[in-house]
Design a protein around this ligand. Sequence first.
Ligand code: NAP
Length: 345
Amino acid sequence: MDMNQQYILAERPKGMPDNTHLVLTEAPMPTPGDGEVLLRTIYLSLDPYMRGRMNAGTSYARNVDLGDVMTGRTVSEVITSNSSTWTPGDIVVSDNGWQRYAVARADGLVRLDPEEAPISTAVGVMGMPGFTAYVGLLDLAQPKAGETVVVSAAAGAVGQVVGQLAKMKGCYVVGVAGAPDKCDYVVREYGFDACVNYKDDDFEAQLAAACPNGIDVYFENVGGRVFDAVMDLVNDFARIPVCGRIAHYNMTSLPEGRDRLIPFMGKVLVKRLMLRGFIQSDHHDRLPDFRKDMSQWIQQGKIRYQEDIVDGFENTVSAFQGLLQGANRGKLVVRVGDDPTLSAD
Ligand code: NAP
């Protein structure tokens, strides 16, 4: 292949992003310099935070400039190496972004051993989403045996791990998800005690029935209707790690209606709630513990995971749209090119 292919952020989306905002273009194949390697993308991780990176301004991290390649974590194969650390064929975790090939500094890569785990899990249960669940639940919420833990986006990359960790801690776990098959899956496969579909008309009543002892920990992934329903059920001293608010990522204006800040702050005070916004990258000192614990738990069958692998780089935008609408079943990853660790079987 003589040319590279890349998704460029051509226009900032208002609402749902599409192929007019993220444009597939061809570019010359990059050439590695001294101390650099040429990487071929095998898996591209698609994550909700990417929606925020398409906006103007700065959030907790720098957003993507117009005309730049869309950012993203990748699993890649070393094709050419100008470094003694890497040889062609090595598999690494990198930040290639939405493109087939990229040049990277040799010292910024993480080596993967395909014998240890399927390499796609390095951007899933063994990577950023798994780590987010680990620090958000175990370090920040600190659930105790017997407590009720509710997690939203329960069947997704982060939520599926949160619920299983809470079960390991001896908690009563209730998931919230947007489809009956997702709810069935987390109860059947991961041992959640219950799961409620927030798209049902009587969702609020179903959640109350599923949480007869109130809610001690709410792992907040979505905001919107789910957050409102949870707030009606929180116990004194409930802990709420605020991980994400995906229901609001495509919003173009604030919702109509009454200002809810005053009653909300009243509840925070009266119930002595602890809300803790967090970004996983602030907690990287815990990565060694996470890697050790999670690989053990997976080997022991204590943590299981579902991946949603979409084939074809040309399907990246539609897959990302699906993520923002609940189409994914588990951690969403695009297989951009052949996975040599699979074809070797
Ligand atoms: P995911 O759950 O695998 O996929 C996103 C899911 O969000 C969709 O499948 C959909 O599931 C749900 N969703 C979409 N629109 C929704 C809406 N309007 N209302 C309620 N649910 C909706 O994604 P993930 O990677 O695990 O991320 C989950 C959350 O964690 C996101 O908010 C993300 O931004 C956040 N996050 C934060 C950090 C951090 O460091 N703070 C790190 C990673 C992820 P349903 O079918 O259930 O609707």
